[in-house]
Design a protein around this ligand. Sequence first.
Ligand code: S3P
Ligand code: PEP
Length: 434
Amino acid sequence: MARALAGLDPGSAPVTQLHVDPSHLVPEVLTPPISKSDAQRALVLAHLTGSWPLPVLQEEPEHYLPADVRVLRRGIEALRLPPGTVRDVDCADGGAPFRILVTQSAVTPGAHVRLTGTPRLGERPHGPLFESLREALGPSGLVLTEGHPWPVEIRAPTATGKPVFRVPGAQSSQYASSLLLGCAALYLRERRPWSVEIIGELTSAGYLELTVSWLRRFGFTVLERDGRFEVTDYRAPERPPAMPGDWSSLGYLLLISWRTGGSVERADLSSAHPDQALVQLVERAGLKAIPGPQNTLRMTGTAQDGLVASGKECPDLLPTLAALACVLPRPSTLSDVGILRLKESDRLEGIRTLVDAFGGKTVLDGETLTIHPPTSHPPRFSMDSKGDHRQAMVAATLSVVSGVPLTLTGPECVEKSFPGFWRQLERTGVRLTS
Ligand SMILES: O=C(O)C1=C[C@@H](OP(=O)(O)O)[C@@H](O)[C@H](O)C1
Ligand SMILES: C=C(OP(=O)(O)O)C(=O)O
């Protein structure tokens, strides 16, 4: 067992190919990691409000912290160095950590920060965030320059001007989330309200709501009105907020538990994470999540119909739902799928490749993708993660829910959000060989 996982445990040498054999499943209780989206927000707010290091993260085993959480923590630690130090931060593949650190760098008085990342992160869109920061803080002296694409270099001003950021919302909610966390920093520094105005439509709105909910849990007052989010007050809370399990990771584990008869833990149904939508979305297909004691959940039911979901509401769940769609008796419809092109890989293409590899068909009509499941399962299938953690975990999930063996290229990228994923899979009886 230890040998099979030698290349897959965090920090060990990468394996190029992994064979996933789901023919000996056992019912187990599976555990997701902490949510990277929640932890990133909590880390910034702990830094700003004087509760550094964030106690709840100290309790998590270091190797099982999502890599993006470690990126953000490194970035904040760099921002906490004395003024005058040039701070270099490698953001690796982390969209949210990078975008959050851009704003936090710009609002740390006198900071000089150089951010770098992977070529893919460099290709993803960031311009509207940079423009918004330049518009609000440029007149006070902010300098934000872009390499080709790295480094992104930021020299923060020591003063500020009009307390408002304006940013378009159609490409990513992370611009607005990052700026709103910037508003919290500026509120504490200047004790005057700061706001973010969203221009046009907002995609992934649930993630901005997640940011608002973390600000409130840390004691900030946030007013929301007509696309405008304003930080107007701060009072330290009585006790530090708890850290929930990750609903994106619970998506894979719940589907796996449906097949194995096991359950998942850390499934907090009062979490504000958008991917909790899985629980409602699978009902249309005939599946039901049944709560048990202490935040456990199991999935039961017989597949009867296809799924309907939108990339505007839960973009990270769409690959997981696409895997489920491959084993449902009727077609599924995913709308607003354009945003999937802007993630760690082109996930729209990734979903289509997965369905195709499994013998199904996809039809793209504008921004709507219909998934037609295969009439019979293939004997085995292959998939390349293209370095995208969700594509890797989704392929493995499909292997388990269908019982069809998988050969996966590039399995180690799961580290970004779920470093213990392969260990969890192995606990369900899945045999992993490289
Ligand atoms: O704010 C966040 O933590 C996230 C927001 C979403 O991105 P977009 O707002 O760019 O869709 C999501 O896809 C990403 O995984 C995490
Ligand atoms: C898109 C994702 O993350 P990020 O944008 O933070 O890289 C993700 O984790 O699916």
